[in-house]
Design a protein around this ligand. Structure first.
Ligand SMILES: [Cu+2]
Length: 173
């Protein structure tokens, strides 16, 4: 009963240490001190306490043997796409923007893609429906893209000045 867990635990811990060292910082894998290896071994054998084992891990992190590359939330870029579908230019067709009312979180970059056979543009509108100079694309030919990053919350309407009946909106939360 006593022997079985040790046999499983020891290789698991040694493997875990190796995995961390090699995958996180292969270049420094050589610099794992001998006492660290012993501590891992002894912890597996129940000779040293968990606290000592964790202190050893802390040592590896503080001395940058283990380098954890933290994910900076500010750097995470959110992306969303609005497709201008084929047939968008025809009043009678169902070719509205996909999605017509896009909901995104702050900091999201929206990319419009023209999948229609004719050119379109994206022109931002104020609440009364007038074009304002904010997110305004040049004419987008088939396959062209236009990007804009939304940093402020609110509801923003836009349309295509060639086909002004096509109004879409972006809601930023
Ligand atoms: Cu258009």
């Amino acid at each position: 009963m006593e022997q079985l867990p040790k046999k499983i635990v020891l290789p698991t811990i040694v493997f875990a240490i190796l995995l961390i060292s090699f995958s996180v910082n292969f270049a420094n894998a050589q610099s794992v001190p001998e006492w660290v290896k012993n501590t891992a071994l002894w912890y597996g054998e129940g000779v040293v306490s968990e606290q000592e084992f964790l202190n050893m891990v802390k040592f590896l992190i503080e001395n940058e043997v283990i380098v954890i590359e933290s994910i900076d939330a500010e750097k995470v870029t959110h992306q969303a796409t609005v497709t201008i579908p084929n047939g968008n230019s025809e009043i009678a067709s169902a070719g509205f923007y996909l999605p017509l009312n896009l909901e995104i979180s702050k900091g999201t970059t929206v990319t419009w893609v023209n999948d229609d056979s004719v050119p379109h543009n994206i022109q931002s509108l104020d609440t009364s429906g007038k074009v304002i100079d904010w997110f305004n694309s040049p004419p987008l030919n088939t396959g062209d893209k236009f990007e804009f990053a939304f940093e402020e919350s609110g509801v923003y309407n836009y349309y295509c000045s060639f086909h002004p009946w096509r109004v879409g909106s972006i809601t930023v939360k």
